[in-house]
Each structure stands twice: as structure tokens, then as C-alpha cells.
Design a protein around this ligand. Structure first.
Ligand code: HEM
Length: 364
């Protein structure tokens, strides 16, 4: 018990949070007074919260974080599929789904492989270089697929990282100012891209929703790919450090993600009194949906929950996996020192995602 994470927000970066998660899953619902949160830990509780229209992705009175009010970043955030609820959510989800479906997965994987191979050919494959690859590749691959020419890939990835820093819970005024500048520039660059190829598919999918929604959701796609995508790539690399595994096998990804998830929880804000999986929740309650615990619930279906479920479940799962597959294939070809990399693994201190770093202890 002493080795358990201090609380649910510390579990994603803990060396072995899984006995703790299994115990929480057994309990189902837990009220954590110190965090001021409900924990939905069993598969039944997690599924019920994700399916309930009473449980919203944003606090009902604060659809855009107060600190972003009046900013272009705030307006963009408020238009994201991820932050939307009925009646806007459903048409947005259909449009994003259609745009994603228009892009063949083989093209995504080949593009990611090519970008990763070029990135790794550039200099020695150190732990820091792998961390940089995981941070760069998801947004850079999507940027390339949208039609940006090569010199732009790195700067798009950097702008998306600036958005992520500005939206973090501990962002200060400086991070918000940098995020605002990155957001304005990114939207302007998206609007000036020639609307051919995949971007033409996006335009068509968003024809009814308008340009502001289109560009905001393109930026939203890039943002969503960033941290979670880095987590997926670094998990695949960490598992390879242990022993060779078939990164092209989707069932194997699912099995491994169930046992060792990347995305550990998401939040919901209760808009009206509701009873879910035997627990009464009141308007104003905040629920941490413990995807990582639910995936390991012995009473559940024993399936990975990394990509969420239900109304807001991840529409980018297959794209994210294709990017990670491309990264792993490119890395395999350069034959890194897997054993040395295995010994250097640390976790980023993020509350909700388990993202490995391989170069944290390196001097350079
Ligand atoms: C190419 C990379 C990715 C893209 C473009 C993408 C896109 C998205 C989008 C647009 C949503 C919002 C869906 C909605 O609200 O209806 C979403 C949700 C989600 N994504 Fe992804 N995603 C990517 C990678 C990942 C990865 C790698 C993971 C996990 C390791 C992940 C986990 C999730 C989860 C758990 C949700 C649901 C969050 C919730 O219900 O609160 N995504 N994603």
C-alpha cells in the first residue's frame, strides 16, 4: 500500500499504478474529498459516465476557461469538437469523422515512417532524440498530410506544443501569451494552405459549418494528436525495449494498452442530478473517469479504454496508431541500443497521461 500513488492524479506517472487501479475498480465509485472529485473506476461506472448526457466535457457555466476569455485561443478552444456538447457536437463529430475517413491509413503510416526515418537519419539516436521524435511526429505527419511543405512541419509541431502549454492547468500569463500568438499564426497559416488533397476533403466535410469551425477544428486535430500521440509512440518504444513485438498488429496494441494504458483518465462535469451505476451525482460534481482502472476491472469486459468510449470517444484512434506504427518501423531500421534506452525511462509528470521520456537523464 505504501508504494501506491498518492492519489488518482499522481497515478499516471507512477512506476506501477496497476494494483492501485485494480483496487479502485473493485470499489467502483470513490469520493476523494481531498481532490474534491468523484472517481468512476469500475468499467460499469466509467461507461455510464461517458454515456450520460448529464455529464459534460466542460463546466456548464464555463464553456471556455475564464483565463482564455477574449482571446482567439479561447474562441478556437470553444469551437473544438472535444469541447462541444449538443446541439453542436453531433454535426461537428460527423464532419471530423468524414474528414478522417477520407485519409487512407496506409498513406498516414507511410508518411509517418518517412518523416521519422528522415528525423532519425539527421543525428545520433539518443534518448533525447527519441523524445523529440515523439513530440514532433504526430503533428508533423498531420501537417504534411494537410499539404504543408517540409520546412513548415517543425514549426507547426512547435506551435501546437505552445497551444498545449497555454491550455495546461498550470499555465501562466507568459504561456498563455505564447499560446495566443501561436494560435493566431497557426489559424492564418491553415487559411492560406491550398485547398487540395486532404484539405479539400476537410473543406467538403465542413461545408455547412463554415470556415471558422473548419480552421479551429484543424487546429484542434493537431492539438489532440500532440501529447497523447507522443505517449502512444513512447509506449510502443518502451515495450520494444523490453522485447521485440509486432507493432503492426492492432490486436497486440489493444492488449498492451489494456495492461499498460497511455491515457489514464478524463473529466466530466455534472450538469444535473443523475444516478449512474448506483451512484447519485449532483449538479456541480466533477468526475474523474479512470479509463486505466476501468480497463483492468476484473468485472468488466477486459478491453483497453485508452481512446475513451461513447459520444466523445476518440475519432483519431486509427490515425494515431498508424503514426505510431510508422515511428516504430523507422526506429527498428536504425537499430538503437534498446537496453540502454530501457534503463533511461522516466515518466513526464502529467496528471492524465503516461508519457515516457528516454533522455531525461542525458547531459546533452
Ligand atoms: C492523430 C492523433 C489523434 C487525433 C487526431 C485525435 C483526435 C481526437 C478528437 C478530435 C477527440 C474529440 C472527440 C469528441 O469529443 O467527440 C478525441 C478524443 C479523445 N482522444 Fe484522441 N486523437 C488522437 C490521438 C489520441 C491518442 C493517441 C489517444 C490515447 C492514447 C487518444 C485518446 C482520446 C480520448 C480518451 C478521447 C476522449 C476524451 C473524453 O471523452 O473526454 N487520442 N481525440
Amino acid at each position: 500500500m505504501n508504494d501506491w500513488p498518492e492519489h488518482a492524479l499522481a497515478a499516471a506517472s507512477h512506476a506501477d499504478p496497476y494494483p492501485y487501479y485494480r483496487e479502485l475498480a473493485r470499489q467502483g465509485w470513490i469520493r476523494d474529498e481531498r481532490l474534491g472529485l468523484w472517481l468512476a473506476a469500475s468499467a460499469a461506472a466509467a461507461q455510464a459516465v461517458l454515456a450520460s448526457p448529464a455529464c459534460r466535457v466542460r463546466p456548464p457555466g464555463e464553456l471556455v476557461p475564464a483565463a482564455l476569455a477574449g482571446l482567439r485561443l479561447g474562441d478556437t478552444f470553444g469551437r473544438w469538437l472535444r469541447m462541444s456538447e449538443s446541439p453542436w457536437h453531433q454535426p461537428l463529430r460527423a464532419a471530423v469523422g468524414a474528414a478522417f475517413a477520407a485519409m487512407p491509413l496506409a498513406t498516414v503510416q507511410a508518411c509517418a515512417h518517412q518523416l521519422a526515418a528522415a528525423f532519425l537519419a539527421d543525428r545520433a539516436v539518443t534518448g533525447k532524440r527519441l523524445d523529440a521524435l515523439a513530440d514532433y511526429l504526430p503533428a508533423a505527419t498531420l501537417a504534411a498530410l494537410l499539404g504543408w511543405p517540409e520546412p513548415a512541419w517543425g514549426s507547426v509541431a512547435a506551435q501546437v506544443a505552445a497551444l498545449a502549454r497555454a491550455l495546461a492547468a498550470d499555465a501562466d500569463a507568459g504561456a498563455r501569451a505564447s499560446g495566443e500568438a501561436a494560435c493566431r499564426d497557426l489559424l492564418a497559416r491553415l487559411a492560406s494552405l491550398p485547398a487540395s488533397g486532404w484539405l479539400a476533403d476537410w473543406r467538403q466535410a465542413f461545408a455547412e459549418l463554415g470556415d471558422a469551425s473548419l480552421y479551429a477544428n484543424l487546429a484542434g486535430m493537431l492539438f489532440q494528436s500532440c501529447d497523447a500521440g507522443a505517449g502512444l509512440i513512447s509506449a510502443g518504444i518502451a515495450w520494444r525495449c523490453g522485447a521485440p513485438w509486432d507493432g503492426n498488429d492492432d490486436a497486440e496494441w489493444s492488449r498492451r494498452l489494456q495492461a499498460d494504458p497511455v491515457l489514464h483518465h478524463t473529466r466530466r462535469f455534472v450538469a444535473e442530478e443523475v444516478e449512474l451505476a448506483g451512484q447519485r451525482l449532483l449538479a456541480g460534481d466533477v468526475v474523474l473517469v479512470l479509463l486505466a482502472a476501468a480497463a483492468q476491472d476484473p468485472a468488466g469486459p477486459g478491453e483497453a479504454m485508452d481512446f475513451g468510449r461513447g459520444r466523445h470517444g476518440c475519432p483519431g484512434e486509427r490515425l494515431a496508431r498508424a503514426i505510431a506504427k510508422g515511428a516504430l518501423a523507422a526506429l527498428e531500421a536504425v537499430r538503437p541500443d534498446w537496453e540502454a534506452l530501457a534503463g533511461s525511462i522516466r515518466f513526464r509528470h502529467l496528471p492524465n497521461a503516461r508519457i515516457r521520456r528516454f533522455g531525461a537523464g542525458e547531459v546533452r
